[in-house]
Design a protein around this ligand. Structure first.
Ligand code: IVH
Length: 692
């Protein structure tokens, strides 16, 4: 290679690396933070494999890209607790050959030493780490960044039959497993979201992930979380020598554990067990997306070691997705709230894994062109762990000779304005701010549970208001009158008054809801919360620079640019000004307070049990700032006992003395309701909202 081609070659690879890195960062954010993945695990693994390939190429020419990181689910509003041993992930395989390659590596590394395998189901849920001290459940942590997790004990305690006390166990032990949601809850939640114009959860894993990170334990109870446990992390006493004995012990301690697993002598037997598992799992009452192959002998785990991300002693095998073929009858188009035009495949109804499919998303124009999908074609549909099936390819043998390549529309199906493709984006967009369909989606989202949470303004009401030209943008919601609402068919006086009341209440909501509701490209609920944590007002956020934003954990360069661009738009600036003039609170200062900031003046508090959202030191600080005192012991002088999970004897002592008992959320709500405006407290409560 001459020096010019070598330079071009390196530059091209660096460009590709940066692009892939940005795409993967975006998918990591969608998966870990927004719980809203937009590609399958397989597609994600392909991106990762390509990234590693380019990384290898660059390494050969002396450029180190330092690529070995694990996802991060840490969120604001939870106490951070260190795992006693790191929580890792697993490498994925998709074929027998890949499993064989894994086995060869193990065999080579163990240099003739004997080993066997355990094959067990790979549960499609969210990892959790339970820490027991002296047999007592002290922490329930998410994976977080692998070293430190979010404390979600209160939410995990809603799981039925979860053992909070263990008999005959090591002094300190970590029990690891997977939390998931049952099928019924998943279906009914998505029905609700669908009916209210909200984006459905792509799969049960995402709903489970969102639920364990909920700040409202009452909401969590309604979701019927469940869990299966399959491993021990740290243990102060090495009482187990095999994975098999771990799986046998867990149910004895009362854990819901793997209902089926196989102990096998080699990789071929492991492959047979995987096939058996693929049949058996059809009768499981929860979702599994593969098998996990683990070296049974625990002493060999140490010897085999790990990378930063995954151990060398285990590997996941992902089951091949179910594939069916059907006819593509038509392609129709949906206009989203940001103007994106999404093509939808209308299919000859076909059953796949027990459900009848009539529609499938086609992603975008490029995807249709790349797969050369034409109306009238027979297409292959696949359903993997994801609930929404996707068209993977066309059955060319069955193509009609007269079929014509599909051409993407050039005009908006709703307002007939020309569509545009913005540089660097795959999507075609309608840029008409008055496009009725876009407006309907925008407003439906703005008032949804994930944004301003204005109950009563359903899709039909909004459609009517747009048709009657009563609303032209989200600010017009705050200009609606009683008479406007009464003009909507079947909407009575009582409902109209209730809606007006809900609209009024939403003016004081937390700013993350407004940030989310505005419809900034790429921003979802979690990112909106992250931004609200960093900026105390929409005004401050609107002045942030790309660099400032890109430095916030979980926000990459692309998203930072999207935020800056949004706030530079004169139309959006005018909208925000209108919202402010109409009385929306665009900063995160607690609501106005003329009076007393010492709401706990001279009150004596005692704490017991594990708190979910704050550390004891933080709670103490909050109480003291608000004029109260914290004591260690219960006596007649104590006014309020704050109770966390697994309370000690202080609870019964307080009950005897008829002392007021508050949960952590009672304390939070009391602080919020009082409306105290104390700068030191601002960041403590920025993730909580007043409940009415
Ligand atoms: S063992 C070192 N066993 O899948 C990793 N993980 O994609 C130890 N998972 O991080 C994990 N079922 O959250 C293990 N039977 C099983 C599993 C399982 C589901 C999850 C786990 C892991 C992820 C990797």
């Amino acid at each position: 290679m001459n020096s010019k081609t070598s330079k071009d070659f390196i530059a091209k690879n660096i460009r590709q690396f940066k692009q892939l890195r940005a795409d993967i960062d975006m998918h990591d954010r969608l998966y870990y933070r927004e719980n809203n993945p937009q590609i399958s695990d397989f597609e994600y693994d392909c991106l990762k494999a390509e990234l590693l390939r380019i990384q290898g190429v660059l390494k050969n020419v002396g450029i180190d890209t330092n690529e070995d990181k694990i996802g991060n689910d840490l969120s604001n509003g939870f106490s951070k607790v260190q795992h006693l041993s790191p929580m890792q992930s697993l490498a994925n395989t998709y074929s027998y050959d890949e499993l064989l390659a894994f086995d060869n590596r193990v065999s080579k590394q163990l240099n003739g030493r004997k080993y066997t395998y355990v094959v067990e189901p790979k549960i499609d849920g969210v990892a959790v780490n339970l820490i027991y001290k002296n047999g007592h459940l002290e922490h329930a942590l998410t994976r977080g960044d692998g070293t430190t997790g979010d404390e979600v004990l209160q939410n995990i305690l809603t799981i039925e039959n979860l053992p909070t006390e263990l008999q005959n166990c090591p002094e300190i032990i970590e029990i690891r497993g997977e939390v998931f949601i049952d099928e019924e809850t998943f279906d009914s939640e998505n029905e609700y979201r669908n009916a209210n114009g909200m984006e459905e959860y792509a799969n049960p894993r995402n709903l489970a992930a969102g639920t364990i990170k909920s700040l409202d334990v009452e909401d969590v109870k309604k979701r019927h979380l469940r869990a299966i446990f399959y491993a021990i992390g740290y243990s102060s006493n090495t009482q187990f020598s095999t994975q098999q004995s771990v799986l046998e012990q867990l149910p004895k301690w009362g854990f819901h554990s793997q209902e089926k697993f196989w102990h096998v002598k080699d990789i071929d037997e492991a492959w047979q067990s995987i096939a058996q598992l693929d049949i058996a799992r059809k009768n499981f009452k929860y979702w599994t997306d593969g098998a996990v192959l683990k070296i049974n002998e625990l002493d060999l785990h140490k010897e085999l070691g790990t990378t930063a991300k995954a151990p060398h002693w285990a590997i996941a095998y992902k089951f091949a997705p179910t594939r069916v073929s059907t006819m593509l009858k038509d392609i129709i188009f949906q206009v989203g709230r940001t103007g994106v035009i999404t093509p939808i495949a209308v299919l000859d109804p076909i059953e796949i894994d027990g459900s009848v499919i009539t529609r499938a998303t086609l992603h975008n124009a490029d995807d249709i062109a790349r797969k050369d999908i034409r109306i009238g074609d027979y297409v292959f549909l696949e359903k993997a762990g994801e609930i929404i099936p996707a068209i993977v390819s066309v059955d060319l043998d069955r193509r009609n000779k007269n079929s014509k390549p599909f051409s993407f529309p050039t005009k908006c199906p709703s307002c007939n304005q020309p569509l545009e493709r913005i540089a660097d984006e795959v999507a075609w967009r309608c840029l008409n701010p008055n496009c009725p369909e876009q407006l309907k989606c925008k407003i439906t989202y703005f008032v949804s549970k994930d944004a301003l949470n204005i109950d009563g303004l359903g899709e039909t009401v909004i459609q009517n208001l747009i048709a009657q030209k009563k609303v032209h943008n989200v600010a017009d919601i705050y200009r609606l009158t009683f008479r406007d609402l009464l003009s909507i068919p079947k909407l009575g006086q009582k409902s109209a008054l209730k809606i007006l009341d809900n609209i009024d209440k939403s003016k004081n909501c937390h700013i993350w809801r407004i940030i989310n509701g505005l419809g900034i490209l790429g921003i979802g609920e979690q990112t909106a919360k992250d931004l609200a944590q960093q900026f105390s007002s929409i005004q401050d956020l609107s002045h942030a620079t790309t660099d400032q934003l890109a430095n916030i954990s979980g926000i990459g360069q692309k998203l930072a640019e999207s935020i800056v661009k949004f706030f530079q738009s004169p139309a959006e600036q005018s909208l925000i000004k209108q919202l402010e003039d109409l009385g929306l609170r665009l900063n995160s200062q607690p609501v106005d307070c003329q009076g007393d900031t010492k709401i706990f003046d001279n009150k004596i508090f005692v704490l017991t049990g594990t708190l979910d959202h704050f550390t004891r030191a933080q709670i103490k600080e909050i109480i003291e700032i608000l004029g109260g005192n914290v004591s260690e012991t219960i006596s007649k002088k104590v006014d309020i006992l704050i109770v966390g999970s697994n309370p000690g004897s202080k609870l019964s002592q307080a009950e005897k003395l008829k002392i007021t008992i508050w949960s952590e959320s009672d304390l939070i709500q009391n602080c919020l309701h009082s409306g105290v405006k104390i700068p030191q407290l601002g960041s403590y409560f920025s993730n909580f909202e007043i409940k009415h």
